[in-house]
Design a binder for this molecule. Structure first.
Ligand SMILES: [Zn+2]
Length: 429
């Protein structure tokens, strides 16, 4: 099936930062034409006049089930939030809760132009199935998710096949929760498995001052130095999430291993963790991508907000309005994330690339007049401007409606009932 997206302002996110007025043709799930005046017949035409076409957002760090815990633990820092609020609630989760939380998050992401999610959580098989049902592209974690797992090749093979059975289109990512929750053997095993099977590897790293301080006290090095000493980065392309508190030596280590950084600015602000040195990472040639983190520490899944914060926090903290360009920031939200996750055909609007595309309606009061396309996306747009979300050539959301069957009212009701129950059992307010 061929779909013609006609007359869009195409923001390609390619090497040349191409912005052109033209047509994009999608054949099944692949972009087959980017240019002007496509003449051949297509099965479907989407009128994109007055709209910006961008690659779909690639969320490189999420815990989607946690949408059930949205707005809980407000005004607490990371430690209180994690140990006193989240852990007791997580201990009570039932299989159905993972499905509910992931479906709620998937709807929010699709509506907000996020086309790929990287989900790192328990019961990853249920999560993978939920994303698959709604058509979201997903990278699903196996590994030391809680730090309680006894890991070896057989166990990781088992986890992998459980996820792929639940959703054959899911991609696997190795995950160790953090250095404070996983022991050395778990860290070594997830790294070894990622290396052996050529899979991406991710971990929360240097998120808080407490984590860095405790690591110094225990091992005499930073979390990045500790992971290096264990051989965690050897032969793998690791995505380090957060990296709020990294020093110059850390940056040198990260450069040595070509490590990717998944920045989660909202979560770092809400939990009072700090502002990551993104400008330093990028000026040292490191690949920076974006994540929402879980909806419990972010309270939403809004990549426009993440882009705005990523870009403007650097300007504010460094007193340098030129710290990041809007083009760089948009790439952090798209192509850089795809690269980090190991895709070589995702995240740009280019012939041969996967058709994960988003149309942004310019016919909104916050988008007029249009003086700068990319600044309008990064600094002015919000999810209400998303007109269409396409994943793998399939339109999932258009003009305010999902294209698949979903009873949102029933889902919201179930989510509310379950979290009320979970809070009462866990004795959390
Ligand atoms: Zn996280």
């Amino acid at each position: 099936m061929k779909t013609l997206i006609k007359g869009a302002t195409i923001v390609a996110c390619d090497e040349q930062n191409t912005v052109i007025q033209g047509d994009v043709v999608v054949d099944n799930n692949v972009i087959v034409f980017v240019g002007n005046d496509y003449k051949e017949k297509c099965d479907k035409v989407i009128d994109a006049d007055g709209k910006l076409l961008i690659p779909g957002f690639v969320n490189t760090h999420c815990h989607a089930t946690m949408s059930l815990f949205r707005n809980l633990g407000e005004n607490t820092d990371f430690s209180n939030w994690w140990y006193d609020v989240m852990r007791p609630l997580e201990a009570q989760l039932q299989p159905k809760d993972y499905e509910l939380g992931c479906k709620l998050s998937a709807l929010e992401m699709i509506r907000n132009g996020i086309t790929t999610v990287t989900d790192l959580y328990m019961r990853s098989d249920i999560c993978a199935k939920a994303f698959g049902e709604y058509g979201l592209r997903c990278n699903i974690s196996i590994g030391a998710i809680t730090g309680q797992e006894i890991l070896d090749e057989k166990e990781l093979d088992r986890q992998k096949s459980t996820v792929l059975k639940a959703n054959p289109n899911a991609k696997i990512i190795l995950f160790a929760h953090a250095i404070y929750s996983c022991d050395e053997s778990q860290l070594a095993e997830v790294s070894r498995y990622a290396r052996l099977h050529k899979l991406p590897l991710t971990i929360h790293c240097s998120e808080t001052m407490t984590e860095v301080g405790e690591c110094y006290t225990k091992y005499g090095v930073t979390p990045v130095g500790y992971l290096e000493s264990l051989g965690f980065f050897d032969g793998t392309k690791t995505i380090l999430a957060h990296c709020v508190h990294c020093d110059r030596d850390d940056v040198e280590i990260l450069k040595k291993y070509d490590t990717h950084i998944s920045s989660n600015p909202s979560s770092n602000l809400i939990l009072a963790s700090g502002v990551a040195p993104i400008y330093s990472f990028m000026s040292n040639g490191l690949n920076v991508c974006l994540g929402t983190d879980g909806p419990a520490s972010n309270n939403s899944l809004d990549f426009f907000k993440e882009m705005f914060l990523l870009d403007n926090l650097q300007s504010g903290v460094l007193n340098n309005a030129k710290a990041l360009t809007c083009e760089q920031t948009l790439k952090c939200a798209t192509i850089n994330g795809a690269r980090a996750l190991g895709y070589n055909n995702l995240g740009m609007i280019k012939k041969g690339f996967l058709a994960d595309l988003v149309l942004i309606d310019l016919n909104g009061v916050n988008m007029q007049p249009l003086n700068n396309n990319v600044s309008a996306i990064v600094n002015s747009a919000n999810p209400s401007n998303v007109y269409m979300t396409m994943v793998d050539g399939k339109v999932l959301y258009m003009d305010g409606k999902y294209t698949f069957d979903v009873d949102q009212k029933a889902l919201f009701k179930e989510c509310n009932e379950r979290i009320t129950k979970l809070k009462s059992i866990a004795k959390v307010n």
